[in-house]
Design a protein around this ligand. Sequence first.
Ligand code: UDP
Ligand code: MG
Length: 312
Amino acid sequence: MKKITILVPAYNEEEVLEQFYARVSSIMNKIKEYKFELLFINDGSRDKTLDIIKSLKEKDKRVNFIDLSRNYGKEIAMSAGFDHVKGDAVVIMDADLQDPPELIPQMIEEWENDHDDVYAKRVSRKGETWLKKMTSYLFYRVLEKVSRVPIQKDTGDFRLLSKKALKSLIQLRESQRYTKGLFSLIGHKKKAIEYERDPRAAGETKWNYFKLFDLAIEGITSFTVAPLRIASILGILISIVSFIYMLKIVFTTIISGNEVPGYPSLMSVTLFIGGVQLLGLGVIGEYLGRVFSETKKRPLYFINEYSGEENE
Ligand code: UDP
Ligand code: MG
């Protein structure tokens, strides 16, 4: 019998976990043709999340958990999960029930139809502000344009991966992870399933605009060097314009004598060029910082406790 692992990163989710378990387990009970593992990753929660997971494990042998040594963020929590998947396929789900578990049977079906990455594509997002919808809409489109890998639009992390896709993903050990891009990067056979995204069942979102901005920068810098190129192109353009302007000054000086009142133009050009230089430096810095953290080759995460047996 094939086994399917449901991987759930959880950070301060005490309010929804019971409800989550109830809904997911009723789906797992309905699907009789497969065995299930429900693998929770406790991402350094400061509330009772871990206790609740442990009590679920006592009730239900299908539950396993990894307790990470601190809060690492969802991306790393997922990769800790990937390393410990025991099933023949893995379904990644948020703990807040925004990803309807009712889609799982359909995902399994597509997986049996020989797809390696069955991802859930949102057709609507309930309970999210228009600003969030709008920014995420724009972000995906911009990223698509500037990077060479096709990015699936309006898609979260909710998906089923085959063992093959999982093995590919595990080989990508970068510490600055933009998992949505990595799913595209590995390729394999993809299939979209459409669904309506529900609002959070309880608790609060851990995302704020600062974090989202961070993720956006991550997405761009880990998938394309286009900003570096934009900086160079801007540099070249400004050099050309400045050169022409310089010629103009030289000629007017030769023709109509020395022109002293040039302070405003001088000042504005100096400030402008200074700004552009700082921008260019900032862009280089973003990439350099990433090179710095990747070259340290630190392990992605440390584990306090794992309830199952380590993979060989
Ligand atoms: N999460 C996590 N570590 C974090 C932040 C979030 O493991 O540092 C988990 C969280 O418990 C949830 C999922 O990632 O299962 C998505 O988080 P959230 O619902 O806050 O994000 P949103 O759905 O608003 O994008
Ligand atoms: Mg959520």
